[in-house]
Design a protein. Structure first.
Length: 150
């Protein structure tokens, strides 16, 4: 009996998910407030996704605005078939910043989430005071380190 096996070639690459739009519509109350954005990864053409980690997460305020309304930010990722996974955090949020680079959890393997279809970013931002007639908009740029096997 002869057993033959072949190992696929692994290819490492970066996978950007840019210009994700987030909106928190008032009234916003003291404590955590949530914004969401969804995306559908298009990685199947590269082969089987064997590993994926979040390499970077940057939130950007519209021109002339900043993130002073936030005291801290938590970034999570979820799909309809998975549990929510915390993938980034910034605590405290520095004052006067129009761009926030979150500390990412680059140890969490997200390959199963990214292979399961539509993904949803969930951002929980702690707001220190009630903001009744305020809508907060911002965007996010995210980069994954991914490995495929062909």
């Amino acid at each position: 009996m002869v057993l033959l096996s072949s190992c696929g070639q692994e290819t490492a690459s970066k996978y950007p998910v840019n210009d994700q739009s987030f909106v928190m519509e008032g009234p916003l109350f003291q404590g955590p407030n949530t914004a969401q954005a969804s995306f559908t990864p298009a990685m199947n053409a590269e082969g089987e996704l064997t590993s994926a980690t979040l390499a970077s997460a940057v939130l950007k305020a519209p021109e002339g605005q900043n993130f002073d309304a936030f005291s801290d930010v938590v970034l999570q990722l979820v799909t309809s078939s998975s549990d929510m996974i915390q993938v980034g955090v910034l605590n405290p949020v520095p004052k006067g910043q129009s761009s926030l680079t979150l500390q990412v959890s680059n140890e969490a393997d997200l390959s199963e989430l990214l292979s399961s279809g539509e993904c949803v970013w969930v951002i929980d931002a702690n707001i220190p005071v009630d903001m009744m007639d305020t809508t907060i908009t911002f965007s996010g740029d995210f980069m994954f380190d991914v490995t495929h096997t062909k």
